[in-house]
Design a protein around this ligand. Sequence first.
Ligand code: AMP
Length: 222
Amino acid sequence: MNLILLGAPGSGKGTQAKQIAKRYKFPHISTGDILRQAITEGNALGKQAEGSMKTGELVPDKIILGLIEERLQQKDCKAGAIFDGFPRTILQADGLEALLKKVNRRLDICLSLEVSDERVVQRLSSRRICGGCGKDYNLISNPPPKDNRCAVCGSEIIQRTDDQEETIRSRLAVYRRQTRPLQEYYSGRGLLHIVDGDGAPDEVLKKLCRLIDDHPKEPARN
Ligand code: AMP
């Protein structure tokens, strides 16, 4: 199954995608995580992406489609994948469709998480992540250990540079302008389900899993 989790920054896509990936054993493909890793490594991709990421703008479609094409060629994606933070533009959605078609696959379902802007700002300004393994923390709902070291890997816990209030607002504007039109795109293809993302993570996960489980199963395609 190939599945997209759509939603504004802070809608809970990442948290939910990790849980869904674990439960259904799909690889979790987060373009944001791939780009942050590239920046940490200081490689060419990281250098190309860093400027846009700092200001909350989108990284160019061509770069994103290149990294997705490479990722989809890896063996673990053979039976499908869960896309988190991708696609973010119509051009990326068209590109994904073409890439899947090339390997005789297609997208099965697009789940779009809806949350209010105020909730997004509240969630993201209190979000912290581990600078080593990327584990999520939140100053209100899931505070980091007192020594500010990750409970999993011991690295320092940091605030993402794009989680400052001003950048959060511009990321929301970018979402509305460039990504939200994808709801119409996928609704037109009969693939869209809109899910209220405001509740507790476990409740939201239940709703998402119900939609995935109810999705008609198809025989595996080669
Ligand atoms: P995320 O972790 O998904 O919130 O992404 C963080 C930042 O990475 C975004 O604000 C963009 O600058 C960049 N980014 C991640 N995914 C994409 C994408 N599919 N297209 C363009 N830019 C992206």
